[in-house]
Design a protein around this ligand. Sequence first.
Ligand SMILES: [Mn+2]
Length: 429
Amino acid sequence: MQDIIDSSVVENENAARLTGLNRDYAALGDKLGRRGVSIDAIRDKVAAFGIAIPSWGVGTGGTRFARFPGPGEPRDIFDKIEDCAVIDQLTCATPRISLHIPWDKADPQALKEAASRFGLGFDAINSNTFQDQPGQRRSYKFGSLSHTDAATRQQAVEHNLECIEIGKAIGSKALTVWIGDGSNFPGQSDFARAFDRYLGSMKAVYAALPEDWRVFTEHKMYEPAFYSTVVQDWGTNYLIAKELGPKAYCLVDLGHHAPNVNIEMIVSRLIQFGKLGGFHFNDSKYGDDDLDAGSIDPYRLFLVFNELVEAERREAPGFQPAHMLDQSHNVTDPIESLMVSAGEVRRAYAQALLVDRQALAEAQEANDALMASEALKAAFRTDVEPILASARLKAGGAVDPVAAYRASGYRRKVAEKRPATEGSGGGIV
Ligand SMILES: [Mn+2]
């Protein structure tokens, strides 16, 4: 397996941090040991927790106002795969890439070879019927899978079928469908008829799924349509999964909810009824998926993971969620943001593993609200960084991925061979 960052850079950076890490790990291990928790067992679970990188995430994102690209932007999917390989080499947390079609369209064999050089595989494949592509016969301006015109719906269905074929060739096991369909004016769209048309289209997509595949539908409350969207919330998403059948699951993008919505409770409901397919992790202050995971509300991320760990512990039927980042890196180096974000997701997982579940259950049974809350807070307050760093080090990664990345000069080196990209125009990520 090929390394992109020179291993001597990583070794030097790690050597400078090794003594401190060992002391911190021993101190935390001692503290957890007094509670009957094995730090090594927690570290091994964290080390086995993988998060997929979306191919589009390694390019600088933007808004509809502007995009400000950085140096060395990836030119194509093969550059993106190399950037993803850097992230995985240093974090040892991101072994799979999630492709987006048609943005990443290339010879499937070449894609497989490029990824496997770095020990990477492919996660869910993403279809795109929210924008028009050059030469496309029919426009998605007024929708795709729910369009009033049958031929436009058929075109959108066929695109999803093509995504499944590409996915089969590269080893994906799931299709993620997010649509931009909706309306901007009250009365513009008949809610029920649009949803009927969407379900009809998705049934045709579902019928083409291979036996061992799953389809994830992703809800979003607004944008690009600003009055209504066809798949607006988890309730509609659940109806879709129920209508389609056992291979259909709901995908929860943390940013796609109204402010203050209790997302961890949605997660619990979907787990309880066997329809949680996976996540797009990110954070948001006002709306959508613009910010890095854990950057605004790490406690909420932890509360989501509290539900996931509980489901894992009780072996909830059908519980096999996919984990992916989906965020827009507008002002940072995307590689750095993705490394830090993968760490934040693992941090929430590690903290959730530390919840004293017996104490929590007892407090719940006794209606002791304060101690129930404290059971969660005690785990959340634990600084698990030594566990995360040790998991990376043991797997051959960097104790401090951002420091190793900066020391490597990777961005400067790729900027020499990748020409600067245009900064103007809106940036969809
Ligand atoms: Mn998403």
